[in-house]
Design a protein around this ligand. Structure first.
Ligand SMILES: [Zn+2]
Length: 121
């Protein structure tokens, strides 16, 4: 029957932590698509070499919210492990990043609205 093909199951896309990282702006510091910047050493890595780090470790009550996530390369993450010395600095940096991101997206929205308006005229 011709209808048979309609019932093929679609594969559900896997949700990767990297999609999550994009949605919370962890990649914004990097201009090249697919590159991630380690916030500690500042080097750029491919996604296989970068890890999404919890600034406050989950074992210490940290959450999965955007404010508590950052990109670290494997080496820096290893160095950090459960060391809390950087936590305050990291949280401050992350808060700054997020507020900058909000500003940027607000700007973009304004520009898009402007562009849409000028097109109408
Ligand atoms: Zn690093």
């Amino acid at each position: 029957m011709a209808l048979f093909g309609l019932f093929k199951k679609k594969k559900a896309p896997k949700k990767s932590s990297y999609k999550l990282s994009r949605s919370v702006g962890l990649t914004t510091a990097v201009s090249h698509h697919g590159w991630y910047q380690c916030v500690h050493c500042g080097k750029n890595f491919r996604k296989g070499d970068i890890q999404i780090d919890h600034i406050i470790p989950r074992s210490k009550g940290g959450t999965d919210s955007a404010e508590n996530l950052q990109c670290l390369c494997k080496l820096c993450n290893q160095k950090k492990s459960n060391n809390m010395q950087q936590t305050k600095v990291d949280l401050k940096r992350r808060a700054k990043q997020l507020s900058q991101m909000k500003k940027d997206s607000a700007k973009k929205e304004k520009q898009a609205k402007k562009a849409a308006k000028s097109k109408r005229h």
